[in-house]
Design a protein around this ligand. Structure first.
Ligand code: NAP
Length: 505
């Protein structure tokens, strides 16, 4: 890989690997010849060029998905056969595990351990839905008189699936697997910054036997082709993961044709550490809770509330360990934190830390752009702890989406719950306490879709993932996701021998 951008000659550019979009089972270039360039955030080098979809390409992808749904056989496949294909996708991904991990690291700058975990989960997601779909069925219902009623679960149709850059492969798997399991067809729009692994996943789907047109992958601009799909009157559903402002825009536009919508949006998740917590476990869990994936996680626990009696002990340990986190070569297994996705995100993080300083907060660790040796041209930020904050500060209210945590004290359970719920968001949350009754009581009162009790992990295939309030709605990664890709049809039939004559004529 050569160093990039302006200095690059056309010949150099031609040597790079080229990624096609996938429309109707074919790997194709853009109708306009336009390309997206994708860079390694760890060192700023160009990785690859990608066909950039135009509206004309988006229309072709839509037609392919529409035809495959309306006229194709995928939704008519016996469920066991669809399950077999999903398992085959997972098997091919397992065989290509190292390649997927490498590509994800190059495209996002994330650390090896993070990429390995996410690729593993993407694989397990297909396996989970291969099992789950077999048990997904309608109901038989009690009705009075000589009537019989049953329900069928029918696939909702053509789904536009719009993916963010922070977990490119895992988010694509969360969306494609349940949709195709029930018989839908999809057009996947990866984030412009990170399109590579979603394209490879599209190719793997074809190799595994998913018919042409069922999975289309359309790299391109969100405001252009993403918006086109959202507004398209014959797209039946939009499943979106991304920021809250774009989610609101999508919901407004999708309402014009009453499309089904699932929104997985931003967060500002609280972590509450009680005085009776295992302090070392809470320190380690809170480190992972914010600094995993360089804080670029929707459920990052970016607000930390610590009981006043243990505040000093907790903070001494938390600050000390934060300063030990290793940044640098993402492929090195001792690296804890990878890069920030791009310069614009780095600027956003810097802006928030600056605002905290101006508001009078204290920086206990980090607070600066980082320049790990050998990675000076990449985008890095130090793991940062901010204390002495008030609930009205920007740094406490807004999602920063970087390795920045704000910390404050609380006096009692009531205050902890009030502070935790004092946010527009409601995605993740964590409770640290050895008192099981208290942990349950607090978990029940937190307004969030996910509560982690004495645990730093938010989800595995099978556990519902999604938000309350402005973190969106709908749940992914679980059995009920299958319902979000289906319509329920109720069939009521009469089996009496006397004809019905309700008007009595
Ligand atoms: P984003 O800017 O909202 O973009 C997300 C996706 O939407 C990208 O593919 C983007 O395309 C596309 N898009 C942009 N404008 C659009 C429009 N007008 N119509 C249709 N699509 C459009 O979010 P991001 O910066 O990639 O991701 C970070 C955000 O995602 C954070 O807020 C994070 O909390 C959230 N997130 C939530 C979850 C969850 O499960 N709740 C999980 C992961 C991330 P381009 O790339 O071309 O702009």
């Amino acid at each position: 890989m050569t160093t990039i951008r302006e200095n690059e000659t056309e010949q150099e550019s031609m040597k790079r690997e080229f990624y096609h979009m996938i429309i109707n089972g074919e790997k194709v270039k853009s109708s306009t010849g336009e390309v997206l360039k994708t860079y390694n955030p760890a060192n700023g080098e160009l990785i690859a060029e990608v066909a950039k979809a135009s509206k004309e390409d988006a229309e072709k992808a839509f037609e392919a998905a529409r035809n495959a749904f309306d006229k194709g056989k995928w939704k008519l496949f016996p469920v066991g056969k669809r399950a077999q294909v999903l398992n085959k996708i997972a098997a091919i991904m397992r065989n290509r595990f190292n390649e997927l991990v490498e590509l994800e690291i190059l495209d996002t700058g994330k650390s090896l351990h993070a990429a390995q975990g996410q690729v593993t989960q993407a694989i397990e997601d297909f396996e989970f839905y291969a099992g789950a779909i077999v048990g997904h069925r309608g109901t038989v219902n009690n009705v009075p008189g000589q009537f019989h009623n049953y329900t069928e679960k029918e696939p909702v149709g053509v789904c536009a699936q719009i993916i963010p850059w922070n977990y490119p492969l895992m988010m694509a798997a969360w969306k494609i697997a349940p949709a195709i399991a029930v018989g839908c067809t999809v057009i996947v729009k990866p984030a412009s910054l990170t399109p590579l692994t979603a394209i490879i996943l599209g190719e793997i789907c074809l190799e595994a036997g998913v018919p042409a047109g069922v999975v289309n992958v359309l790299p391109g601009s969100g405001s252009d082709v993403g918006n086109f799909l959202v507004e398209h009157p014959q797209v039946d559903k939009v499943a979106f993961t991304g920021s809250t402002p774009i989610g609101k825009d999508i919901m407004g536009k999708a309402s014009q044709t009453l499309k089904r919508v699932t929104l997985e949006l931003g967060g500002k998740s609280p972590s509450i550490v009680f005085e009776d917590a295992d302090i070392d476990a809470a320190v380690d869990g809170s480190l992972f809770g914010i600094f995993y994936n360089s804080g670029q996680s929707c459920e990052a626990r970016s607000r930390l509330y610590v009981h006043e009696d243990i505040y000093e002990e907790f903070m001494n340990k938390f600050v000390e360990k934060t300063k030990k986190l290793q940044l640098g070569n993402p492929f090195d297994k001792t690296t804890h934190m990878g890069a920030i996705i791009d310069q614009s995100q780095l600027d956003t993080i810097e802006g928030y830390v600056q605002s905290a300083k101006e508001d009078g907060a204290d920086i206990l660790a980090g607070g600066k752009v980082a320049k790990p040796e050998g990675y000076e041209n990449g985008f890095w930020y130090e793991p940062t702890i901010i204390s002495n904050v008030t609930q009205d500060m920007k740094v406490v209210r807004d999602e920063i989406f970087g390795p920045v945590v704000v910390v404050s004290k609380f006096k009692d359970e009531k205050e902890a719950i009030r502070l935790a719920n004092d946010t527009d968001f409601g995605l993740g949350s964590a409770v640290w306490s050895k008192d099981g009754a208290r942990a349950t009581r607090v978990a029940n009162q937190i307004q969030a879709g996910i509560v982690m009790v004495n645990c730093p992990f938010s989800a595995f295939p099978g556990t519902p993932f999604g938000g309350y309030k402005q973190s969106g709605f709908g749940r992914e990664l679980c059995i009920e996701t299958l319902d979000l890709y289906t319509e329920t049809k109720s069939v009521l039939s009469y089996y009496g021998s006397r004809p019905l004559n309700p008007f009595g004529l």
